[in-house]
Design a protein. Sequence first.
Length: 252
Amino acid sequence: MPTSTAPARNWFDQGGAAYARFRPEYPPQLAAFLASQVPDRRLAVDVGCGNGQLTGLLAQHFAQVVGIDPSADQLANVAPDERIAYRRAPAEQIPVADAGASLITAAQAAHWFDLPAFYREVRRIGSPGAILALVSYGVLTLDSALDARFQAFYRDQIGPYWPPQRQLVDSGYATIDFPFDELAAPAMQIRCAWSLPQFLGYLATWSAVRSAREAGRAELLTAFADDIGAAWGDPRLERLICWPINMRLGRL
């Protein structure tokens, strides 16, 4: 019988660079789908772009892309691309000319916006027939040997430490006001094959994990890491992890 492979280190102490290193990547078909819906492909604006995960994919389909984020730290981690102009600004004051954007996106970010002010900016910068896409990815799933333990950790143990906005992400923004001509979006997933260090490194980026540690509940994290490590087996083994992609898609 295999011996336990419970982690012997603090997997949740990853440091500030973990966000750019461990976040899951959107699939190329997401950008391709969004590009197929727009009236033209001159300009896409990615608001709350972070370190440019979706922004870079959009650049493969548009003549120009502008990535907007209020965080200098996030923008310091983008990959340079001559097709992309990154600008530091809030979602409520987008530095883009009137009626020029055919696609406006916000990926895993809209729950932090002042939505009425953001929507005013969307209407200002959007060209006739432009598309607004609020993209999010929901709660991940693992294979059956691991998923029940993860879901209990997410729901019951770390759940109380998420900010209230997390419920909007988990629901796919289903309950937010979305005053646009809404379109249907196809089912998509983010799929990654990750080792145990990659998986726990991703969890270390969660604000709820930081909040639990600050609240003196590090034992929740240690117990989960021990349990999932024992069930995982060889930490180098790559296991499939899936996140459902949710979209609120509207035409201006």
